[in-house]
Design a protein around this ligand. Structure first.
Ligand SMILES: [Fe+2]
Length: 296
């Protein structure tokens, strides 16, 4: 297919998407029915794919990797490498990249911006691809989210470094939100992951933001990043079990995944934020009972 054909295809797909939102069958009915039909179509057609994965009968470990900020002077590259190696060498161990993989400064970025980088976006993307390639080849990357740092490029030129890395490594690009249905042995775990967007600076504020993910989705495990700390909390809600006719307690787990940016000389020191340990958290899913273990 020629380049011209590709361009025509992209334009036609955009037109088709727009036309698909309006059902021609609604012509001839009342305005309120038309409005109801349009609303219904928007709710059903604009939807998100769930990553459905059967992990087999053995316990599964997920080590999310968040806020690497590759390129930032404070990024602990050695620690990042060690965690990738751990994921690669551990059987039944997988990862989700939680956003802010790259520092992604531009000329107009706030703060020190480009002066705070060891190497620029071109090399950040190149290095990230090299680092993630072995995991991608082994099918150990469940997906990659965008963070607010990747969005700096998107706002300027509609290119997202996280999406580019996904295309290159052939792994799912999750965008702002990722939904995973993990079948582990007899159990199913619904996982909702998002980079997060909190401006909280206290542990209470950061945890409160992590818990707010339950306003968006119904899940067993809520994973977020962005606040550069490791936190864990849980709550219980009651759910109706139609099969047993019982109201049953369901535990919801809230996990904030930490970062790879060290304290001294970095943004947290400048802003007088509390020091936090860097690295990742570990989530273990049992195949026999619905049991989630977290290690911070
Ligand atoms: Fe970050």
């Amino acid at each position: 297919m020629s380049l011209r054909d590709e361009i025509t295809k992209i334009i036609n797909e955009d037109i088709k998407k727009a036309v698909d939102k309006v059902n021609p069958d609604v012509i001839g009915i009342s305005t309120s029915d038309k409005l109801r039909e349009i609303n219904r179509l928007q709710n059903t057609k604009i939807c998100k794919h769930v990553i459905m994965k059967d992990f087999g009968k053995d316990p599964v470990t997920i080590i999310p990797v968040s806020d690497i900020h590759l390129g930032n002077k404070g990024c602990n590259i050695e620690k990042f490498e060690q965690i990738l190696k751990l994921i690669e060498e551990t059987p039944n161990c997988y990862t989700i990249l939680m956003g802010d993989q790259t520092e992604t400064c531009t000329k107009t970025s706030v703060g020190l911006g480009l002066y705070d980088e060891d190497f620029d976006i071109k090399d950040q993307i190149k290095l990230l691809k090299i680092a993630l390639k072995p995991l991608a080849e082994k099918g150990k990357i469940l997906g990659i989210l965008t963070g607010n740092h990747e969005m700096r490029i998107s706002y300027l030129v509609r290119l997202n470094p996280a999406e580019m890395v996904c295309e290159s490594l052939n792994v799912p690009y999750l965008g702002y939100q990722g939904y995973l249905c993990a079948k582990v042995g007899d159990q199913r775990y619904h996982i909702f992951a998002s980079h997060g967007s909190s401006s909280g600076t206290t542990p209470t504020g950061k945890l409160s933001a992590a818990r707010k993910l339950n306003r968006v989705a119904d899940a067993d495990i809520f994973i977020s990043g962005h606040t550069h700390v490791k936190l864990y909390d849980q709550d219980i809600i009651f759910k109706i079990n139609e099969a047993t006719g019982l109201v049953e307690p369901t535990i919801r787990h809230y996990i904030v995944c930490g970062s790879f940016v060290e304290y001294w000389g970095s943004y947290p020191e400048m802003k007088l934020l509390s020091p936090a340990s860097t690295g990742s958290v570990m989530i273990k899913l049992s195949p026999t009972t619905k049991d989630v273990q977290i290690m911070l």
